[in-house]
Design a protein around this ligand. Sequence first.
Ligand SMILES: [Zn+2]
Length: 257
Amino acid sequence: MSLKEYHFPRLTKFLLLNYPKGLTNTNSRGIMQKTIIRSKSMDLVGVVFERLTVLEKDPLRDSNGSSKWICKCTCGTIKSISQRSLRGGATRSCGCLNKEICTTHGLSKHRLYVIYKNVVERCKNPRADSYKYYGGRGITICDYWLEDFMNFYNDMLPIYKEGLELDRINSDQGYYKENCRWVTHQQNLHNTRSRMGSSVYKGVSKNKNSSRYTASINKDGEVYKLGSFTCEKEAALAYNKKALELNGEYAYLNKII
Ligand SMILES: [Zn+2]
């Protein structure tokens, strides 16, 4: 084991008193090891993170399994915030601080902020036009991003290039870091879910006068006819194969169900 050792006398004493047996990991000199200091079940009650004061632990966890803490903001708002956001330093208020920063620094006009707002709308606002294709289909935005625009900004800005569009790698899953990437408008069009209605699979349609299924794919204005199949899944697989060939890693692939 090459774990680095740290010596925080007060914290060590606190942790020793507050940790269940088996979790403590001290060496012969009573020096606690890093594993414990970083443990997820740290007590944050009373700790101040800029505008937020931690009141108590939230019995619920966020979608990543991170602990959440009920915090009170200096503006009076009470909000549950994940430990990950608090300790990472990204979340320093109930959201009021970001509103001020965004207004002051013009981030509200930043393209990422516009994209973020749209994602929140279509996943969370049942009155939004496109809600039925997103929130209504169970497509969600992860708590970490929902909590704070800056979490989204810090996750996605490093890989952003001007003009790109936000894309979900697996279109059956929601908006979270591992499932999101930036693509060109052209790449995004290939991935748009088919709303033709005759098959659950993209690129597949049921023939009107027989029980067969036709597979086809468009690329740059050209239609590739991939044949007709007795089995819907076979047609979907043919689509997947061609999509991979044409669009590589940006291909939308049917999940065969
Ligand atoms: Zn606030």
